[in-house]
Write a protein that binds this ligand. Structure first.
Ligand code: NDP
Length: 293
């Protein structure tokens, strides 16, 4: 396999372990979320294309149905395990503490791994499980203690959810993965992460619905720079020190989205993109305070 290298920077997490700053998202790369043989073939094909484009960091979730396909592509690639970085997420139906290790074992089997790099609680679900996401967090951190997981984190946690798990367990997640893009800068959650030393991982970095991809201000910067709008948005994330996981099923866009390490936005360009934040009106996905998925 011809492999490209883009010199993707690494971010050091609070536990001293590094994560490639740019990875590949696998939500909706399949026609359905079913973990079927046919879907695994589709995802394995897409992940193999992403590998050729240079990606080594892959984002999946128990709920996406893509763990098996990533596992197949890893097994077929011949790339050493240590060169991969794989994140998965605990699905909403598995928050009961006993279900955490049981479902995590299935995640490892799906991926064909003995140890996972990063496992996140996908959503806090404060309105379900009697609001007890603290016991879920404890169960996830136990996976690190027994050696099957390298790093434990959360996803879609708001500042109050972060405060609560940290106050009640003393264990700080290494990552919070949440919606973040030029139209939704999610400032309160970013500030809470900075305060606690939690790495910020931007999901839906292009806006999911792709609305920021037709923004005229970003288009102006892109045309002056001779870059695409997606490249300017992803470069903005990189300069903010966000971890980013753009998704595309198209090889030419996979290559475009990773080819962002040969230019730098100036402070005025960054400020112009910062100014596009629409606050909560810019949110595309569900609100973590009420989402029951
Ligand atoms: P993104 O912000 O990555 O945008 C993806 C969309 O943009 C797709 O429609 C894709 O289409 C299109 N696109 C990608 N690259 C380009 C480009 N260069 N030019 C034009 N269009 C482009 O959305 P996602 O919501 O998929 O987020 C990325 C990842 O984040 C997910 O795959 C998932 O891993 C994670 N995520 C996590 C969530 C959580 O709750 N923790 C929630 C949502 C996402 P096409 O494929 O046709 O190229």
């Amino acid at each position: 396999m011809h492999l490209r290298s883009h010199g993707i920077p690494k971010i050091t997490l609070s536990n001293g372990i590094t994560i490639p700053q740019l990875g590949f998202g696998t939500l909706s790369v399949q026609p359905s979320r079913e973990a079927s043989d046919a879907n695994a073939e589709i995802t394995a094909g897409i992940v193999t294309q992403a590998l050729k484009a240079g990606y080594r960091h892959f984002d999946t979730a128990q709920g996406y149905g893509t763990e098996r396909g990533i596992g197949q592509a890893m097994a077929a690639s011949g790339i050493p395990r240590d060169d991969w970085y794989v994140t998965s997420k605990l699905t909403n139906a598995n928050h009961a503490p006993d279900d955490v290790p049981r479902s995590f074992e299935q995640t490892l089997r799906n991926l064909g791994l003995e140890q996972l790099d990063l496992f996140l609680i996908h959503w806090p679900l404060p309105t379900l499980y009697n609001g007890d996401y603290v016991s879920t967090w404890k169960a996830v951190t136990e996976l690190v203690r027994d050696g099957r997981l390298r790093s434990a984190g959360v996803s879609n946690f708001l500042p109050e959810h972060l405060d609560r798990i940290i106050n009640e367990t003393g264990i700080v997640p290494v990552v919070d993965q949440f919606e973040l893009h030029p139209y939704f800068a999610n400032r309160a959650t970013c500030e809470a992460c900075l305060q606690h030393g939690i790495a910020i991982e931007a999901h839906s970095p292009l806006g999911h619905n792709r609305e920021p991809l037709s923004d005229p201000i970003i288009a102006g910067i892109a045309s002056e720079r001779g870059k695409s709008i997606a490249q300017v948005i992803l470069r903005w994330h990189i300069q903010r020190a966000d971890i980013v996981i753009p998704k595309s099923v198209r090889p030419e866009r996979m290559r475009e989205n990773i080819d962002i390490f040969d230019f730098e936005l100036g402070s005025e360009e960054v400020a112009a993109i910062d100014a596009l934040d629409r606050g909560d009106a810019g949110r595309v996905g569900p609100h973590p305070a009420t989402w029951e998925g």
